[in-house]
Write a protein that binds this ligand. Structure first.
Ligand SMILES: Cc1cc2nc3c(=O)[nH]c(=O)nc-3n(C[C@H](O)[C@H](O)[C@H](O)COP(=O)(O)OP(=O)(O)OC[C@H]3O[C@@H](n4cnc5c(N)ncnc54)[C@H](O)[C@@H]3O)c2cc1C
Length: 381
């Protein structure tokens, strides 16, 4: 299979194929994911099904009008195998940044192999001492003739241990808070670049996360994205935030699925658990929050589809609501399962661990809440 799909005329058939793939391949694979083993074969299958190129047409133009289809796909994958959806979202983000902002020769070098699932990229903003406070970063690119010399340290970077390149956010010439910034597409095979082993997380096991160190790494001039570094990265982060909202919807969907199956089959006091009002109340709230999260995520995606990076406050609301709701209801799903819920073989305990990370990356819940609050205050000033 080439991976090229006629998404427009064949949308229902495409989604049926994705749902089948989720049930037959991703769900059982997710059940085995606590070994922490990376899953390149799954990424190859994403490519074969067309999942990696959803955002592009055959001529490799961006198709932001497919944001709703992207959401539906992401939600299905997230509900089946959470670690794999983080990989899918990361690859989408890199493809988007390459197409929208990289010089043509850089895009040509990486985009096609990325969409075929043959190489992985990575996105480097966070540093050991600079997370939410992005402006405190100390990775510096110093001008060197037409190019750059890069020094710094990035941490918690998805795909870093296996990626071919990293889109590095760096300050220009000095590490002051007010320094200009640049986003450089750095070949991770370059001299002066080293990477760590996989960082061992409780969440999204199998998704390789690591550190990158740059020590006088030479970066050619053409590697800079055609945008002021921070602004360009923020637009990328906006796409990542919509994806994070979609992951949350998938996790909620999984919480409802697992809880309902358990409640319908587990008998206590002579009746299924689902006959108890306490259980009905929990599942009722899950189902309601799922619908609300979905509507917000779709609205956020619609705003991004307009082509200007999306409505940032709407994106924050979608990301915040969806990931917080996913965490809340993963806790409830564990409770519905009783002791089985905290057993290492249960899906709901993995959902609980994965949902927790959703509240941390792509902007923590706290920082989104603050931005939403400030915007509301400003609007009423
Ligand atoms: C699974 C996973 C994948 C990731 N992938 C990537 C990646 O590919 N690329 C990348 O660059 N990064 C990645 N990250 C890093 C992620 O973006 C950061 O963890 C996140 O930005 C938070 O930064 P921090 O961990 O340094 O926490 P800190 O910034 O130290 O925050 C710690 C706590 O303080 C709170 N806090 C901080 N500042 C404020 C404030 N002003 N007001 C209120 N509360 C505040 C936070 O909300 C949080 O609760 C990933 C993280 C995880 C867990």
């Amino acid at each position: 299979m080439t991976g090229r799909r006629d998404f427009e005329t064949d949308e229902a058939a495409y989604l049926t194929d994705v749902a089948k793939f989720c049930d037959t391949v991703l769900l059982p694979r997710g059940d085995r994911s606590d070994t922490g083993e990376f899953f390149p074969d799954i990424i190859t299958q994403f490519a074969e099904l067309g999942l990696l190129e959803l955002m592009f047409d055959e001529q490799r133009n961006l198709r932001l009008d497919r944001m709703r289809l992207i959401h539906e796909t992401t939600e299905l994958v997230a509900a089946a195998f959470p670690a794999s959806v983080v990989a899918l979202g990361a690859l989408r983000l890199q493809g988007y940044l390459l197409k929208r902002y990289a010089q043509p020769h850089i895009a040509e070098r990486y985009l096609e192999p990325l969409l075929r699932g043959e190489i992985y990229g990575s996105f480097g903003v966070t540093e050991p001492d600079s997370g939410t406070d992005v402006r405190s970063g100390t990775t510096v690119a110093t001008r060197d003739g037409d190019g750059w010399i890069l020094n710094g340290h990035k941490k918690w970077i998805g795909f870093a241990p296996v990626a071919a390149f990293n889109v590095v956010l760096a300050k220009v010439d000095h590490a002051g808070r007010d320094a200009d910034t640049v986003a450089l597409v750095v070949d991770l095979g370059s001299e002066g670049v080293t990477r760590s082993e996989v960082l061992d997380l409780m969440s999204f096991r199998g998704m390789p996360l690591g550190e990158l160190r740059f020590s006088d790494a030479r970066v050619p001039a053409g590697a800079a994205l055609k945008v002021a570094g921070f602004a360009g990265m923020m637009e990328g982060i906006n796409l990542a935030r919509i994806d994070a909202a979609s992951y949350g919807c998938g996790f909620l969907r999984a919480a409802i699925r697992e809880s309902a199956v358990r409640a319908n089959t587990r008998v206590a006091f002579g009746k299924p658990l689902g006959d108890l009002q306490t259980i009905q109340l929990k599942i009722g709230r899950m189902a309601t929050d799922y619908e609300a999260a979905r509507l917000l995520a779709l609205a956020a995606g619609d705003s991004f589809a307009l082509g200007h990076g999306g409505d940032p406050i709407l994106l924050s609301k979608a990301k915040l609501f969806s990931t917080d709701a996913a965490m809340r209801h993963a806790v409830e799903a564990v409770q519905i399962f009783g002791a089985l819920g905290v057993h290492n073989d249960s899906r709901v305990q993995r959902l609980f661990r994965d949902s927790k990370a959703g509240q941390i990356f792509d902007g923590t819940s706290e920082i989104h809440t603050l931005m939403i609050g400030r915007a509301a205050l400003k609007a009423h000033r």
